[in-house]
Design a binder for this molecule. Sequence first.
Ligand code: SAH
Ligand code: SF4
Ligand code: F3S
Length: 471
Amino acid sequence: MTGPVSPGPRKRLFVKTWGCQMNVYDSARMADVLAPLGYAPAEAPEGADMVILNTCHIREKASEKLFSELGRLRGAKQAKEAEGGRMVLAVAGCVAQAEGAEITARAPYVDIVLGPQSYHRLPEMVARATRAAGHVIETDFPAEDKFDHLPEAAAPQGPIAFLTIQEGCDKFCSFCVVPYTRGAEYSRPAAAVIAEAKRLVAQGAREIALLGQNVNAYHGDGPDGATWGLARLLRELAEIPDLARLRYTTSHPRDMDDELIRAHGEIPALMPFLHLPVQSGSDRVLKAMNRGHTAADFLRIVEKLRAARPDLALSSDFIAGHPGETEQDHQDTLRLIREVGFAQAFSFKYSPRPGTPAAGAPLQVAEPEKDRRLHEIQELLREQQLDFNRSRLGLRMDILFTGPGRHPGQLAGRSPWLQPVHAEGPLSLVGQVLPCEVTATHPNSLAARILSSPGAAEATGDPPNQEKAAA
Ligand code: SAH
Ligand code: SF4
Ligand code: F3S
């Protein structure tokens, strides 16, 4: 579909993204699709020729944010028109998928509404929207695979890159909109993933995070004719020269099989940090959520993971106040958090989503009660994050430097555990993985000293690139 197109006059594209990393990835791919039409990134929506709002529907506030943003953009669009110009306004992502008709009813000045499976059709939709008045809406799940129709040429992402390998979800947790907004589970063929990973590395990526709503349910066609699981794919990707680090997110406990757990012990490039949402520590609530596992199942997985990779740290997601959740259930969640000990985690107040089974369930938990439970969960998780960061003090670890830090002469980087790190050093070190020593810890970040860098004399007698993690 996307043959060579001669770029027209330069146009400016502003994309605003909410939601998960898959939306971040999709936003970049929408920009890639529009680049051959002459669209280059703009810093602000004012004056842009096209604005895309890539939305999230996961919690109530997410879609409210869209409508307040649209209200603001209306002025910018009118201003552009007053100058004789045109601003194409597009709403993409999960709110577009779920509430396409409501968007055009509430905000008739929106030109394009497109769901996450239609991004490859964007150039054609832009052409239609610029030719005619009225809206262009695409929220079907098209028969063709969008990944086959997105351009290979992509803007470089930098030392840390994201790569979507799986989309959609068949799990239907009681509370969640994703199966409705992203559709059925789909895995990209392994060869396409490997080719994209190689391109990303050629463009400077040293770390790749594989993305999927259920990334560890990955089951893509392998180049050998067999179906590959995530473990097999990770082993293959780990062979790419110059790719230093691999991660994957988001996983479901049910798909955390023994082969994948073993991969954590056997693939050095696979970083010792895993985001594994558990949602609740109560079996009653887990059942009501349709999660398909118990609290004990989760603890067993954690135990096996830590046996395979002793320095592995965990992150998770929690929901406070799912319908039917009692005080005892909430206490069970706090107990599970204490038992596991998380390096970081996200927690949310249950938010009823239209069309999901939990939204209509009896025994909705009162708002102030949800607030209190959420606060208690967050306090405990905050303490655990502080403890985890403090436990890194004085350790030597490899840091991937990703760009300039906030202050002159400072670099920003990432630890193996995904912690933001800053260290003194020249910009020439961006893109390098270097042995460092942690000199200070903060609630959300670490400070480090570079022990040795290419060209510099070895600062210590230690072998380079050695990771000495806490036992
Ligand atoms: N696919 C992932 C996460 C999807 S959404 C998984 O299965 O774990 C990210 C997180 O948002 C979820 O893990 C859950 O904690 C939270 N979430 C989803 N729906 C929610 C809702 N209705 N209310 C509150 N939190 C929700
Ligand atoms: Fe949503 Fe559950 Fe699917 Fe995760 S597994 S995306 S929470 S339905
Ligand atoms: Fe939000 Fe859709 Fe991602 S609802 S979290 S943007 S899959």
